[in-house]
Design a protein around this ligand. Structure first.
Ligand SMILES: [Zn+2]
Length: 413
């Protein structure tokens, strides 16, 4: 990842502070001299910014680096983990998870919402209560918690902070989640799509560049990062890939068409295929979620055991997914796909390699540069971690609009 450059124009303190903080975050530890080199800011500017960040408790001194010459030893700066905290909430139709991250992006506390309910009011009460519990359990001072990020299934109305019509949450229709939660917690709230949050988490974990986050959950969706920047589209509803048709003879999707990649990736469908192929016993109630989950686990285990009908079902799934990945990757010249979401972990042992094989056969851009197939290192909490990272992102992202404002602002920071 490339370090952002600062500007030596006057009165752009906010912009440059973020540039310097971001440079420190990416390198973990940097001296003032290295910071000046990395950001293009003058030594004097770096001195002033470092002083400000130290006073604000956002960075700390981390020992000295002895140079090779006779110069003075250089003091290293690193992020102060306790300088800031952010809450992340992942609203998933099956489980709602709350995490608290410190300034370095480490999870310092996590907890699922106990009061799970379809009723929005009851669930939002439960989320607010769990947020307070997570903050209390972490020991973080509440005034250092800068906000709450929410990762929600699309479609969402970001401007109004509204969850529009999430699949599998039947009582949720136009729920003003952002304002409701702000009222209950008194904290600033950011609402974004679950897949965008997951892509943000992946970017934070050090995997920048240009990639697609392929989310395998109750629905499938894609988060996009291009050139280290999260892509949101015109209404923050980027990544609706679930209804790309990958099998014209496939099952009927709720959208009314046949063979959508989302529908053919669901455990429900894969279990039905396994029953038809004789891999699983007859008589599984396809509407009974725990029964389907158990059968799905059995199918994944059989597929991982070795060649056979179970493995063929997962390999066929890999080919359907690869078709979508290929099109998106070729269209946007991506270098990586990262898989995650609740169904990924069980599928991973077979699906990862199978997608790689499928892409080997068909991937165009691969002729020019390597294309990587990876699984998230962040596990089940990737959505919640990503939601919190959206809040932290605001601290580290030099907002170019600050540069424009600065020409009109007279007061020196
Ligand atoms: Zn569909």
């Amino acid at each position: 990842m490339s370090v952002r450059r600062g500007t030596n124009l006057d009165r752009v303190g906010g912009f440059n502070d973020a540039v310097v903080l971001d440079a420190i975050r990416r390198s973990e530890q940097l001296s003032r001299v290295e910071l000046a080199e990395a950001t293009g800011l003058s030594g004097q500017a770096i001195s002033n910014i470092a002083r400000r960040l130290l006073d604000a408790g956002l960075v700390r001194e981390a020992g000295r680096l002895r140079g090779v010459g006779l110069g003075k030893p250089r003091t290293l700066l690193e992020l102060e983990p306790t300088g800031q905290y952010a809450v992340g909430v992942h609203l998933d139709p099956s489980v709602v998870t709350v995490v608290l991250l410190d300034l370095t992006g480490e999870v310092v506390a996590r907890r699922p919402v106990d009061q799970y309910a379809d009723d929005p009011d009851v669930l939002i009460d439960g989320i607010a209560k769990t947020i307070e519990e997570v903050i209390a359990a972490s020991g973080a001072p509440r005034d250092r918690v800068t906000g709450v990020g929410i990762a929600a299934p699309g479609p969402i109305d970001v401007e109004r902070g509204v969850v529009v019509d999430p699949p599998n949450l039947s009582a949720w229709h136009l729920v003003p989640l952002r304002d409701e939660l702000r009222e209950r917690t008194g904290l600033p709230i950011v609402l974004d799509k679950d897949v965008t949050a997951a892509a943000s988490a992946e970017k934070w974990a050090g995997q920048g560049g240009s990639f697609l986050f392929f989310y395998l959950g109750t629905g499938v969706g894609a988060g996009l990062v291009i050139g280290d920047e999260i892509v949101r589209g015109s209404s923050s509803n980027v990544g609706e890939i679930g209804h790309v048709i990958v099998d014209p003879d496939g099952p009927v999707c709720y959208c009314g068409r046949r063979g959508c990649v989302g529908e053919t990736s669901q455990p429900r469908y894969l279990v039905q295929q396994a029953v038809a192929a004789g891999v699983l016993a007859q008589g599984i109630d396809i509407e009974d979620r725990p029964a389907v989950d158990a059968a799905f686990a059995q199918l994944c285990a059989s597929a991982a055991d070795g060649p056979g009908a179970a493995r063929e079902i997962i390999v066929a799934l890999a080919w359907r997914i690869a078709k979508v990945v290929e099109d998106v990757a070729n269209l946007l010249d991506l270098e990586r796909v990262v898989f995650g979401g609740p169904h990924w972990e069980q599928l991973a042992p077979v699906l990862g390699d199978a997608v790689r094989d499928a892409l080997d056969d068909r991937f165009l851009v691969r002729a020019v540069h390597p294309f990587e197939v990876a699984g998230t290192a962040l596990g089940q909490d990737v959505g919640a971690i990503g939601a919190a990272s959206l809040v932290l992102d605001q601290t580290f992202s030099p907002n170019p609009s600050l540069l424009l404002q600065s020409t009109a602002v007279v007061a020196e920071r």
